[in-house]
Write a protein that binds this ligand. Sequence first.
Ligand code: GDP
Length: 397
Amino acid sequence: MGRRKKIVQECERLMDRPENIRNIAIAAHIDHGKTTLTDNLLAGAGMISEDLAGEQLAMDTEEDEQERGITIDAANVSMTHEWEGTNHLINLIDTPGHVDFGGDVTRAMRAVDGALVVVDAVEGTMPQTETVLRQALREGVKPALFINKVDRLINELQEGPEEMQQRLQGVIRDVNELIRGMAEEKYEEENWRVTVEDGTVAFGSALYNWAVSLPSMQATGIDFGDIIDYNRRGEEGINELKEQSPLSDVVLDMVAEHFPDPLEAQPERIPTVWRGDSESDLATMMQEVDKDGDVVFMVTDIGMDPHAGEIATGRVFSGTLERGQDLHVSGTAGTNRIQSVGIFMGGEREEVERVPAGNIASVTGMRDAIAGSTASSVEMTPFESIEHISEPVITKS
Ligand code: GDP
């Protein structure tokens, strides 16, 4: 059996274990390294060749995106990652990095429970960092921080360990100020601040494929001085650093440890995004991530697949999606029949038999669905309409 096939099978096994699932988005200002980071996470999880990571831009699937050099359509991937001896299924939704696509960012946020905020260490927080963070927090999505391009502090700015730490602390402080300003209650009461000590901050270089966090530094013994030494030694040193402290392990450990699984997340998120009867059976099914319950599928994105045609991607909040099901689509009179059910792997869609509650799924046959539709096996109050947040700034950084 090929490696890819094995990964698909493992994903299918893990889909039934909500406690081992993390649904996340990467949110960043344009050019801060979201695509490079995503490619490296995929390479680390064995989804694409490590040599190609950073070059092949797995997430930028649309030709249009390649041409414009920006990510405009939310693409999705699933990967597995072992954390504390247990394999986890990480469903990752890409979010557009450009301010024109604010509505798409919000939709992606609705499907996930954690947002990995990526900030360029040299540029610091930028207007789009603020926008994506606001969209995440408004949807009840928990943030963690990855400070990228730390190699530039060493190689270009020639900073020493203390200067580097000060700069990184400055970025962390800025991000926390944004979080506190936008979600004070969560920040104060649920400790949604990001800190090195809690392990909710990691930093490194997506381009050179290394990263560190406090837990990783404690495990490997690598400190700031070592990081500078490795980088100054050129290619050989960097290769050693990425072997000792690979980006995908450090970042995915942080994801597995600090982002809520669907069982933890859905009871909090359903009242935030759904205004239906909170006493109803359906509310209970969604809050309990009941895979045997009625099907509730929130469509966050409509994409085109060269083979399968139009594909509706979104979050399964309750029930299990299977081929042949007839689903009501909010805002339309009839039902649509599901033709196929799949997940995304490295930008390509893989058909699977079924996708249970708590996961991100992609289905064909939903011809009446649009991004934002609620598709369900019983007629129901649709999810809250998604608010488009736009900012006045539209210039590229
Ligand atoms: P996105 O717009 O957020 O998806 O950013 P990309 O991943 O496309 O990266 C933008 C640019 O920054 C590209 O030229 C990358 O090669 C570069 N880049 C990404 N990560 C790093 C990094 O860790 N260090 C350095 N020096 N450059 C990086």
